[in-house]
Design a protein around this ligand. Structure first.
Ligand code: GLY
Ligand code: MN
Ligand code: MN
Length: 502
């Protein structure tokens, strides 16, 4: 359910009965044609089948979530909950306040026999409704036409019903059937179901389960991508390459303009919005010492000719799958010796991390491989405390000195969420074996803050990260971002080549 917008009447208009009649009439009939079946529909059905098998006989409720107020009568752009997007195939902007219900079916013997997928949506309102022209939040006059129930059924191949029927459907057979809900998808709806539970006298018996079991299962379900999802990831990475190259072509302008980090953010954002739905997360456009602030999303800084600029950005395509790529570029086109020394160390760490991405290895092996190389370089540079060896610092109980210069993990799962599958347990995530179909980042870095007196002076103010998106395959991995440059020489050549296109 959407958040309430503030109601102010200082701009309200008088609507006469004459106008009402007038504005409701004189419209051409709606087209008969239904949308084609979406390519994702079959994949979404297979994902639902896995969920159905895991919860026989239980009602499963997966809300899209509602509109969120940005201020007064202005909402944020709508983004459905990731579990809802995954199980319906609906992506950008679709559909506020919708709820997917997997309704259990039973055979003649009373045994559970799968689920029916029912999508409750706000159907398209007729032209003779008040909503049509009076409701600035949902009305067709203001935000365009929504699909009808028939449209949704044709597009997605499931049963569609009016969301007005949801509340009764959710509590049907109260107490007889276990009801599970993705509780964080729509807090207002969760509160409504919790109070319905009390009204039905089920406070103790648990008509709506109070744990996050379903949300956890649906988050974990996304860990292995199907072929359609992998295609989405390829598209996201390809669009991200377009964005990065557009940024390189504009770097001179960004230096000249002042507040160059914002220029870079804007250029990438333009292409993200043009190629896909937008950025998959706030872009980090960090020149010079800003690269050492890991989540530098203010992007208020100037870019200077001799700086490196660390750009961590990804395009989210319309299906909501996002890339997550970092490249660290010399603004002049050429690394200084100190910049190259650090870049090459990070590159070496990334190669070690990438080499560890194969089935049979654990997820945490990728970080272990990369961080060992980072620790070796820090040791060789004499930065670890006196007497601390590489093994000492890698010792989780006692060491970890290297984390001063690389505090983050090397990898995370990637998909609809930039940090995908976040509710999976440690056992299912860090300690789990890599399996074909997983998509993860490999993104080591080294960060020497300008005021770090323990860093060599020549390194201070330099931060480097290299981040790629990789698919685990049967016999290793495929680097989905292989088209990006990797070595310091390749980065320089890339900048030259992109600039020469002008
Ligand atoms: N951009 C967020 C990350 O790399 O994890
Ligand atoms: Mn990342
Ligand atoms: Mn990133």
């Amino acid at each position: 359910m959407s958040e309430e917008q503030a109601k102010v009447d200082n701009r309200s208009r008088l609507t006469t009965e004459e106008f009402r009649r007038f504005v409701r009439s004189g419209w051409a009939p709606r087209p008969d044609a239904r949308p084609e079946r979406a390519e994702v529909a079959g994949y979404a059905a297979r994902r639902r089948a896995v969920v159905s098998a895991a919860y026989p006989g239980e009602r499963l409720i997966v809300p899209a979530g509602g509109l969120k107020v940005r201020s007064n009568d202005t909402d944020y752009v709508f983004r459905p909950h990731s579990a809802f997007a995954h199980l319906t195939g609906l992506g950008a902007d679709r559909e506020p306040d919708a709820v997917l219900v997997l309704e259990p079916r039973f055979g003649e013997d009373g045994e559970p026999a799968g689920h029916e997928a029912i999508l409750f949506i706000k159907p398209l309102a007729e032209r003779d409704s008040d909503e049509f022209f009076e409701d600035a939040r949902y009305g067709e006059f203001w935000v365009g036409a929504r699909p009808s129930l028939e449209d949704i059924e044709a597009e997605l191949g499931l049963t569609a019903r009016d969301v007005a029927e949801f509340a009764d459907a959710a509590v049907k057979d109260a107490g007889q059937v276990t009801v599970r809900l993705v509780r964080d998808a729509d807090r207002a709806l969760t509160a409504q179901l919790d109070s319905a539970r009390v009204e039905h006298g089920q406070a103790e018996e648990g008509m709506v389960e109070q744990d996050d079991d379903l949300a956890h299962a649906l988050s974990h379900l996304r860990m292995i991508k199907d072929e359609w999802e992998i295609e989405q990831m390829r598209n996201a990475v390809a669009a991200t390459l377009v964005g990065f190259e557009a940024v390189i072509a504009e770097l001179d302008k960004a230096v000249e303009a002042g507040r160059g980090e914002r220029w870079v953010e804007g250029v990438f954002g333009l292409h993200a919005r043009h190629q896909g739905n937008g950025v998959g997360y706030d872009s980090i456009c960090a020149a010079g010492d800003h690269a050492n602030t890991l989540h530098w999303i203010k992007n208020t800084g100037d870019i200077r000719e001799g700086d490196l600029i660390l750009i961590d950005a990804g395009v989210e395509v319309d299906s909501l799958y996002t890339a997550d790529i970092t490249r660290t570029l010399p603004v002049s086109g050429t690394f200084t010796d100190a910049q190259r020394e650090i870049y090459d160390a990070v590159y070496e760490a990334q190669q070690a991390g990438l080499a560890a991405v194969r089935p049979g290895n654990r997820f945490s092996d990728v970080h272990a491989a990369a961080i060992r190389v980072i620790a070796e370089h820090l040791h060789a540079w004499g930065l670890l405390p006196e007497g601390v060896s590489v093994e000492d610092t890698l010792d989780k109980e006692h060491g970890q000195y290297h984390r001063r210069w690389m505090v983050h993990g090397t990898s995370h799962h990637l998909g609809i969420d930039v940090h995908d599958c976040a509710l999976a347990t440690r056992q299912e995530y860090m300690d789990a074996e890599l399996k074909p179909g997983m998509v993860l980042t490999v993104e080591p870095g080294l960060y020497f803050k300008a005021d770090d007196l323990l860093a060599p002076e020549r390194f201070r103010g330099i931060g480097v990260r290299i981040e790629d998106d990789v698919l685990v395959t049967e016999d290793g991995h495929e680097n989905l971002s292989a088209a990006f440059p990797h070595t310091s020489d390749e980065v320089e050549e890339w900048i030259r080549e992109v600039r020469s296109r002008r």
